[in-house]
Design a protein around this ligand. Structure first.
Ligand code: UT7
Length: 330
């Protein structure tokens, strides 16, 4: 009998209705569609404007969608992990709020904070609970409401980020298909390039921190760009090597959607065809933990049983990870 693996058995997503286009941004900051498109590949992003809604509401829509699509009773969910850096509050964690809103009553739930690598971290974590036989039904969601921490007067960040959520249901698979392996990592010294200065225990919120705009994303883009390309390339190579695979054995690469130039460079350095790389950055921008599951949601109909995928991410922390999986339906 082959080893029991955790496999993805459903995917769902949620993006807000409000569209913020490059043309809209031209009216807010000193930028233009040509610069944004050529430097990032982004044309528009979604912004959550629904009265009283926050990150947990987007995630709850995903959880409800997953239950409905898979015909699962909410009481059967054992664990829900929400990858995010924009939970509703600093505490309590938002994952339990998501369970409450989605009618999930028997689950152990928690947030996982690994910025743009959050979904890959959470997926690999969730998979362990299934592989060990501890749990049978695990929901993993990647979600961020980046608009809640973006300075819409800062043209270097406001053009990049957007809001959105997507996630998967994980269940045991005895056919040998599912999450096979992952190469994960981090380097805390990279925190200087991408962070939010205040609001945590290091610098609690004060009139000064608000005045100094320290509750917004700070990013030094160039070093992050370079580290993202090499990080995703090297972890993907290591993952393939140690599983005796080459890029020819891979059907799809699903990269974090931070910048189309990062994605193009990664594909070219791995000598992998762009038409097998999932890309939707043009319509959602960078939704941080949301990008990879939003790609799976958008491309779900193209995926076939036995397709081999590499999910790869790099982000704030620094954090990174590449994960190898076989698709189990379609
Ligand atoms: O998801 C988490 C990980 N994050 C990433 O992977 C992001 C990685 N970094 C990037 O994607 C890119 O570095 C950015 C898209 C953030 C910036 O692109 P860049 O090509 O690195 O531009 P830059 O910051 O070096 O700026 C080039 C020029 C500057 O002008 P000068 O100094 O050359 O006169 C900027 O002031 O472009 C200017 N600029 C803009 N111009 C028009 C910066 N932002 C804008 C803008 N519109 N929105």
């Amino acid at each position: 009998m082959s080893k029991m693996l955790a496999s993805i058995t459903a995917v769902d997503g949620y993006v807000p209705d409000t569209v913020l286009s490059n043309q809209d941004l031209e009216k807010i900051v000193d930028t233009n569609d040509e610069w944004i498109t050529s430097r990032t590949g982004i044309k528009e992003r979604r912004i959550l404007k629904k009265e009283g809604w926050a990150t947990s509401d987007m995630a709850a829509e995903v959880a409800k969608g997953l239950l409905e699509k898979s015909g699962t009773n909410p009481d059967e969910i054992d664990l829900l992990i929400m990858a995010t850096v924009t939970s509703d509050m600093i505490f309590p964690d938002g994952a339990n709020t998501v369970c409450d809103k989605a009618g999930i009553k028997n689950a152990f739930a928690y947030d996982l904070s690994a910025a743009c690598s959050g979904f890959v971290f959470a997926l690999y974590t969730g998979a362990q609970f299934i592989q060990t036989g501890a749990y049978r039904k695990v929901i993993v969601i990647g979600v961020d409401m980046m608009s809640s921490i973006i300075d819409y007067e800062d043209r270097s960040t406001c053009i990049i980020f957007g809001d959105g959520a997507a996630g998967v249901l994980l269940e045991p698979n005895k056919e040998g298909l599912g999450i096979r392996d992952a190469v994960m990592g981090g380097d805390g010294s990279g925190r200087q390039y991408l962070h939010m200065k205040a609001g945590g225990s290091l610098s609690p919120a004060s009139i000064e921190t608000v005045k100094n705009k320290e509750h917004f994303v700070f990013q030094d883009g160039r070093p992050v760009f370079k580290a993202a390309v090499s990080g995703m390339r090297d972890t993907t190579k290591k993952l393939l090597d140690r599983n005796g695979l080459t890029t020819k054995d891979i059907d799809w690469i699903v990269p974090h959607q931070a910048n189309i130039r990062i994605i193009n460079t990664l594909a070219s350095q791995l000598d992998f065809p762009m038409d097998r790389v999932m890309v939707n950055i043009e319509k959602y921008g960078n939704t941080t933990a949301g990008t990879i599951p939003l790609c799976l949601w958008d491309y779900e109909e193209k995926l076939k049983k036995n397709d081999t995928l590499v999910l790869t991410a790099f982000g704030g922390g620094f954090t990174w990870g590449s994960l190898l999986l076989d698709w189990t339906y379609g």
